[in-house]
Design a protein around this ligand. Structure first.
Ligand code: ZN
Length: 674
């Protein structure tokens, strides 16, 4: 008997050995460790890359080399954000790695936090507020620690790090000051704002298909007082060529794995542009990129957003590789394929319904790597290109990044928020089970169907609601979504898992709209932002119109705290439907007065007592206001001929290890770049 078992076991081992290793699986949503660490006002998260294992080997190899091309640009952004940033980062990393003294002292901890913040901001200024942050260690300790570790330190560098008056703001936007001289960012050297503007005016391209002059260059005044344009390019005389050569090299490798001719064209044009810096080539690249709609894999890599330049001209270097989320894109397709059914069955006056309704199919993507200006802090959507004439003639690509939203949602489950603000375990369980998925469904219904539903009466202007137009419009899209979220049709279409799921979003909407979003408003202030106004308008209107005897929903008090309490979810749906009919009438007829009345009654003013309570309950949760990400690590597996046969993902790298590795393996620029 025993022998047989051994034999079977041996056979199984044999079978297992002769097979390729089992396919790597995406970690489970519910047990994945999203939270990495928190420091200062920052929280670091991991994100999963679901579906990567199902890509073809060719697509995985493509993603891999695009990722490499993304990581090689990291130094560029540090330098763009400030001319001493690379030196400061490297000095601090040397100290971090080499320091032999006490690593438990308050000074050490203050220094460590400072280095982590420098990594997060890609420099010494806060990524959002743009002010310089100071180390929480003393200058004396820092000097001493560097000396003990054998690190040369100039007084100049110490003052850039420790003197609050030196390079105080990354991008100054204050009216009346010289924005270039008062900004610490590194897009201009030796010029005044006036000189830079004059240069741009003299070199402006006024053609129908203009080149974006200045997108990829730095203006420098040379020893003779002449203004020289230093172009970012891989050719040897280009600024940042040391990094861009590596970007190009990896784009060339990626090119071999392109999925189709259009994508091949995109990558080739980007290679050419990076080599020469030629802006006509950049336009050709941008157009090819907009037209590449069929590829599964897509990417951004280069000088893109211009917020970092006080004059709004030169692009900060950023990169992101991504691939289409087939399941989510399928979900939005189901919605838009059924757009007419939703329109016909909506609870609004038939006169305001579109006779022919076309839904929009949204593209949902999965991010594979974040880099440059997309890392660690990142946008959750992409809408490019930025050149208006290309958008007008060729369109643009707009996507939402589902796996990053997922990470935000899942990480928030463990931060104590639900324990503090949700009424009971019943609501918490529904939120845990359905919250993330139904908030995606909510966004999709809002974008794919909500905004496109309904019609204006003949002669009614789009701008009739004036300053309240965007609040009312967001209400309309949200209500359309909320109304249909509870419809059996969603279950029938396979968009919602069952008839319980919508409750997660209903509770979330009411609690957030009437209560918890106030945590983002300063005490004594009104609500200004139109999405926030929209959410409060809906919640407060519903509370005001709930049944007086048997309210469908109400705010109740328990142990001195207030909670949202939903007694009757079907009844709440009916109220959402009623408000949708009213909002649609206001929109369709352009009834400015009625719109204004609704906004003023429900959307703007804040209940001061409730506001105070929310802030007091929110504060001890210590939820960091800003979040960023740690990337997964991609490791290629090569066959005997040196071809990639798989790419494996690892999610375990720490925040510190990741940055130290990037600085070690992807850091080709000199300390100071001129
Ligand atoms: Zn909207």
């Amino acid at each position: 008997m025993k022998k047989t078992i051994t034999l079977v076991a041996a056979l199984l081992t044999l079978v297992a050995c002769s097979n390729r290793p089992a396919k790597q699986q995406t970690p489970d949503l519910n047990t994945f460790p999203y939270m990495v660490e928190e420091f200062a006002d920052l929280g670091l998260l991991r994100y999963r890359v679901p579906g990567f294992e199902d890509l073809s080997v060719q697509q995985k190899a493509l993603v891999y080399y695009l990722n490499e091309a993304a990581l090689w640009g990291r130094d560029i952004l540090f330098d763009q954000n400030g001319r001493y940033n690379l030196r400061i980062r490297r000095t601090c990393e040397k100290l971090y790695l080499g320091y032999q003294g006490d690593r438990t002292s308050a000074d050490w901890q203050g220094f460590e936090t400072y280095l982590k913040r420098v990594w997060f901001s890609n420099g010494i200024h806060h990524h959002y507020a743009e002010d310089k942050f100071l180390p929480a260690c003393s200058e004396q300790w820092f000097r001493q620690a560097c000396a003990e570790t054998g690190i040369d330190l100039s007084d100049e560098l110490v003052s850039v790090i420790f003197d609050p008056a030196v390079m105080a703001k990354k991008v100054n936007a204050a009216d009346g000051e010289d924005l270039i001289l008062t900004s610490a960012c590194n897009y201009y050297d030796g010029l005044t704002q006036q000189e830079a503007e004059a240069w741009y005016n003299a070199h402006k391209d006024n053609s129908a298909e203009p080149k974006w002059i200045g997108l990829n260059s730095k203006l420098v005044k040379n020893a003779d007082g002449e203004i020289v344009e230093r172009v970012f390019k891989a050719e040897d005389d280009g600024l940042y060529h040391e990094a861009l050569q590596h970007v190009v090299e990896n784009l060339e490798k990626a090119l071999q794995y392109a999925e189709n001719d259009q994508q091949r064209l995109v990558i080739q044009k980007l290679i050419d542009f990076n080599r020469t810096g030629d802006l006509t080539t950049f336009n050709e690249y941008a157009i090819a990129w907009v037209r590449d709609l069929d590829s599964r894999v897509d990417f951004v890599n280069g000088f893109t957003e211009v917020y970092g330049d006080p004059l709004g001209i030169t692009g900060a270097w950023e990169a992101m590789t991504n691939f289409k989320d087939m399941e989510a894109t399928e979900r939005t397709k189901k919605m838009s394929d059924n757009a007419q059914w939703f329109e016909d069955n909506s609870p609004i006056d038939p006169a305001f319904k579109k006779k022919e309704c076309k839904g929009v199919s949204a593209k949902v993507i999965t991010a594979a790597i974040l880099a440059g200006d997309c890392y660690p802090s990142t946008p959750i959507g992409i809408n490019l290109p930025n050149a208006n004439w290309i958008r007008k003639s060729y369109g643009s690509k707009s996507v939402t990044i589902a796996n990053l939203t997922e990470a935000y949602n899942q990480a928030s489950l463990g931060n104590g928020f639900n324990e503090e603000f949700l009424l009971s375990d019943t609501e918490r369980e529904i939120a845990r089970k359905y919250g993330a998925h139904m908030s995606d469904v909510h966004v999709d219904l809002h974008e794919c169907l909500g905004h496109g539903s309904g019609q204006l009466m003949p002669g009614v202007s789009k701008d009739a609601l004036r300053e309240h137009a965007s609040t009312i419009e967001e209400c309309r899209a949200d209500l359309f979504s909320l109304y249909y979220m509870a419809d059996p049709k969603l279950v029938e279409l396979g968009i919602a898992p069952d008839m319980e799921a919508y409750k997660a979003q209903y509770y979330q909407q009411m609690m957030n709209g009437a209560m918890t979003q106030l945590s983002r408003v300063e005490l004594g202030k009104n609500i200004e932002e139109s999405h926030m106004r929209n959410r409060q308008l809906i919640a407060n209107w519903v509370l005001d119109h709930a049944d007086t005897e048997n309210p469908e929903v109400e705010i109740i008090e328990k142990d001195g705290k207030h909670y949202m309490c939903i007694h009757n979810y079907e009844g709440l749906r009916r109220l959402y439907g009623e408000l949708l009919a009213i909002i649609q009438r206001i929109t369709s007829t352009g009834d400015y007065e009625a719109g204004k009345e609704l906004v003023e009654a429900y959307a703007v003013k804040v209940n001061p007592e409730l506001h105070k309570e929310i802030l007091a309950r929110y504060q001890p949760l210590n939820i960091p206001p800003y979040k960023g990400f740690v990337n997964p690590v991609y490791t290629p597996v090569f066959d005997q001929d040196g071809n990639i046969e798989d790419v494996l993902l690892d999610y375990t790298e720490s925040y510190t290890d990741q940055h130290l590795r990037y600085s070690r393996d992807y850091s080709p620029l000199p300390d100071i770049n001129n």
